[in-house]
Design a protein around this ligand. Structure first.
Ligand SMILES: NC(=O)c1ccc[n+]([C@@H]2O[C@H](COP(=O)([O-])OP(=O)(O)OC[C@H]3O[C@@H](n4cnc5c(N)ncnc54)[C@H](O)[C@@H]3O)[C@@H](O)[C@H]2O)c1
Length: 368
């Protein structure tokens, strides 16, 4: 049974996980495998599952930026079968094209606000637009995705006895009054602002995860993701790293939202995927912060992109959007201690990898 670490307390009040359906047991469940006695502890069991067992894994939102990198990682293990359910609102089939046709891979056009019946062992629940441009486009749909979508995935997890991981967000901390943010901090979120459909939606999704865990014994994992960047981000999605790289490549001024001293931390996507898989296969429910604690002001980020990508573009300061948090930096002590995880890729290593991907998609070859 996973250890609850919410607020640093191990409550130990939750029910055991529900029994998986017989259909799933017949092919994929660990009970159908003969395990040597060495694998008796839950740690060895999880390691065994990760390395040797057949798992059928559902990734909602798997056609998106983080989801498609996660799928790449899960498909590397030839014993895994991966099912992606995505409505392609902000994701794209292109991100998954190398797996289409692979017998271990299935892609379903599906909206998570509708129920889904599949027999799986793991659910990585990522489906939700993550960039402000996308999530503010239809705020009612965004909150439905977070609330009804998470309810549907928890219902599925309960029915088939799957373990479910929610990709929550550092936005649950709002405009934080504590710095850096630990998992114990309850946040400072505006419940009626233009970003609330996302921030409050994720907060309710976390609540639902813990209620299903306590009431129904569903095995849950919650990752609180901090800003992540890398190849396959939507080029014009309004997120700061993609904005700056696209602007620098197009020779446009880099637009820094005022005052430019607000800080963010940036995690490269391969580090993020590693953290998510460790959390899923580890022993702890979370919530656990996963992000890079290296802190940069937005102005520093703009100057770094300018230096690495196009030193001739100017940097302009423009008006800010409402409720933009002033500071963001994860405390990742729990991820270090409980998952043995910390980010490896620095900003100056990661930005050129993303630039290369943007160059190809924008058809802007490198000069010289
Ligand atoms: N990228 C980040 O910096 C970041 C930070 C914090 C949290 N997260 C979380 O990580 C997850 C993935 O984010 P991302 O950056 O890859 O975003 P993304 O927009 O690239 O991916 C989201 C995916 O979900 C799909 N989707 C949206 N609504 C859906 C619905 N109703 N039904 C089915 N599919 C739907 C989209 O089509 C897309 O493929 C999200 O849950 C997001 O909240 C991301």
């Amino acid at each position: 049974m996973a250890k609850e670490i919410s607020n640093g307390v191990n409550h130990g009040t939750s029910k055991p996980p529900p029994t998986p359906s017989p259909l799933r047991n017949s092919k994929f469940s660990p009970e159908s495998l003969e395990l040597p006695s060495l694998f008796s502890s839950s740690f060895w069991m999880d390691l065994h599952l990760l390395c040797f067992a057949n798992l059928r894994i559902l990734v909602t939102g798997g056609a998106g930026f983080i989801g498609s990198h996660l799928v790449d990682r899960l498909m590397e293990n030839e014993k895994n079968e991966v099912i992606v359910a995505d409505n392609f609102f902000s994701g794209s089939k292109d991100n998954l094209k190398k797996w289409i046709g692979n017998p271990r891979f299935e892609l379903i056009r599906h909206d998570v606000t509708e129920t889904l019946l599949v027999e799986v062992d793991r659910i990585y629940h990522l489906a939700c637009p993550a960039s402000p441009i996308f999530y503010k486009y239809n705020p009612v749909k965004t909150i439905k995705t977070n609330v009804i979508g998470t309810l549907n995935m928890l219902g599925l997890a309960k029915r088939v006895g799957a373990r479910i991981l929610l990709t929550s967000t550092s936005e649950v901390y709002g405009d934080p009054l504590e710095h850096p943010q630990t998992e114990e901090y309850w946040g400072n979120v505006n419940p009626i602002g233009v970003r609330s459909c996302y921030d409050e939606g994720k907060r309710v999704a976390e609540t639902l995860m813990f209620d299903y865990h306590r009431q129904h014994g569903v095995e849950i994992r919650i990752a609180r993701i901090f800003n992540t960047y890398g190849p396959r981000m939507n080029i014009d999605d309004g997120r700061v790293v993609s904005n700056f790289i696209a602007q620098a490549l197009r020779g446009e001024p880099l637009t820094v939202q005022s005052p430019g001293t607000q800080t963010r931390s940036f995690c490269y996507v391969s580090d993020m995927v590693d953290g998510l898989v460790r959390l899923m296969e580890g022993d702890h429910t979370g919530p656990i912060n996963i992000g890079n604690p290296g802190e940069f002001t937005i102005m520093e980020l703009a100057q770094t992109v300018k230096e690495l990508t196009n030193p001739s573009v100017p940097v302009n300061v423009v008006e800010n959007t409402p409720d933009d948090p002033r500071q963001r930096k994860p405390d990742i002590s729990k991820a270090r201690e409980l998952l043995g995880w910390e980010p490896k890729v620095g900003l100056r290593q990661g930005l050129p990898l993303m630039e290369e991907d943007f160059r190809q998609r924008l058809a802007i070859p490198r000069e010289n």
